[in-house]
Design a protein around this ligand. Structure first.
Ligand SMILES: [Zn+2]
Length: 393
């Protein structure tokens, strides 16, 4: 099967020109101007972008969390992703207590086999706190298809929050094996105290999810430094780390500080609504997810961080629950509302509309943020060079 894409505006992280792409059996075999080849299928792309397929490195498909399961399976989630221009998901394989990594992966692949994805799917293994014989981290029992990236959560104390032992051992293993570590860098200990205090005072409306992680709160002083702390905690371990789910300006500054320390740490902003939308209880419940929406003034700083490569990847943290039956499954109290929101279909068009069309970033930078930089971090192709099997959008 061969495909010739004619006269498109070919854009990579480095190039921007009008040309043709010839694809043979899934491999980009030739790029150039006025290619004169016969092909099984010819696509006229005049006036259209032709870019490497986009990769979303942070999604939660069919994941059990907060007493319910996210409402996209691998078919519906990947169809939505494809409509939004995303051709690869990097989802999370969750390790439940008592499972080895091999068992966790086996369960994960069963979900994928049951509901076939329409695009490529990869996974990051998400670790539980150290327990029992698996406390040594992922080095043992890793099957051949094991992940090359791991996620650690420094929030949700008593549930998925990892201790320093797990944090250290996982980063150590990643350093030994060339894997990437993603860290959800909130101050789980401080938030736990603040949440319990709020609940004891009867402050349980959905808006308190944001307020217990808000500016002016006692968690504030520490939260911005958390990514830096995660980076510093294992000074001997030199591997790239990724901080997902970032939506406040001072976190971006903390990332900058880590950069000065010489660590390779990449923050991933997530698009959120204007924080003022949390003033309505129903909206607060629908946007109940860490980090909560921040005031609008944080957005400009985050755009600047994206422009200057303080931030280098944009993901969605797609974690969909149906409204109201799933979001309200445990009641209306903020501490029991399943955390998460959708977005898998909206990443490219939002970044294009608010970033490219409003003059904040170039199309080259757009391609870098949704595709090339993600590919580099996770060891995938997507450089749009001949002889590579890759997706074309
Ligand atoms: Zn997430």
């Amino acid at each position: 099967m061969s495909v010739l894409i004619k006269s498109g505006r070919i854009i990579t992280a480095a190039d921007d020109y009008v040309g043709d792409v010839f694809i043979e059996n899934g491999t980009v075999s030739l790029l150039g101007e006025s290619l004169d080849m016969s092909a099984d299928k010819v696509i006229d792309a005049a006036g259209k972008y032709v870019i490497p397929g986009a990769i979303d490195p942070h999604t939660h498909i069919e994941m059990f969390f907060g007493g319910t399961t996210t409402c996209d399976d691998f078919t519906s989630g990947t169809v939505s992703a494809a409509f939004g221009g995303t051709t690869t998901l990097i989802d999370f394989c969750m390790q439940t207590p008592g499972d080895t990594f091999a068992q966790a992966l086996e369960k994960y692949f069963k979900k994928i086999d049951r509901c076939k994805p329409v695009i490529d799917v990869a996974s990051t293994s998400r670790h539980r706190p150290a327990h029992g014989r698996h406390a040594r981290g992922p080095r043992e029992n890793c099957p051949p298809r094991a992940s090359r990236s791991y996620k650690l959560v420094m929030a949700y104390k008593g549930a998925v929050m990892v201790d320093d032992d797990t944090l250290f051992r996982t980063m150590e293993t990643a350093a030994d094996t060339g894997a990437l570590v993603m860290v959800h860098a909130e101050n789980g200990d401080a938030i736990d105290i603040i949440v319990k205090r709020a609940v004891a005072e009867g402050k349980t409306a959905p808006i308190w999810h944001a307020r217990t992680r808000a500016d002016g709160d006692r968690s504030r002083g520490d939260e911005p430094r958390r990514p830096a702390r995660a980076g510093r905690r294992v000074p001997a371990v030199r591997r790239p780390r990724l901080v997902p789910a970032l939506c406040r300006a001072d976190r971006a500054r903390a990332r900058e500080g880590v950069g000065r320390l010489g660590r390779d740490l990449h923050a991933v902003p997530v698009h959120r609504r204007d924080g003022r939308s949390t003033s309505r209880a129903s909206r607060a419940r629908s946007t109940s997810t860490p980090p909560p929406p921040r005031p609008k003034e944080h957005q400009e700083m985050l755009w600047k961080a994206l422009e200057s490569d303080v931030l280098s990847v944009v993901s969605t943290d797609h974690c969909p629950f149906k409204w109201p039956e799933q979001k309200g499954i445990n009641g209306d109290e903020f501490q029991v509302i399943p955390n998460g929101g959708p977005g898998i279909e909206n990443r490219l068009h939002m970044l294009h509309h608010f970033g490219v069309r409003e003059g904040r970033i170039s199309m080259n930078r757009f391609v870098e943020l949704v595709s090339t930089n993600v590919a580099k971090r996770f060891g995938k192709y997507n450089y749009f060079k001949p002889k590579l099997v890759e997706d074309v959008l």
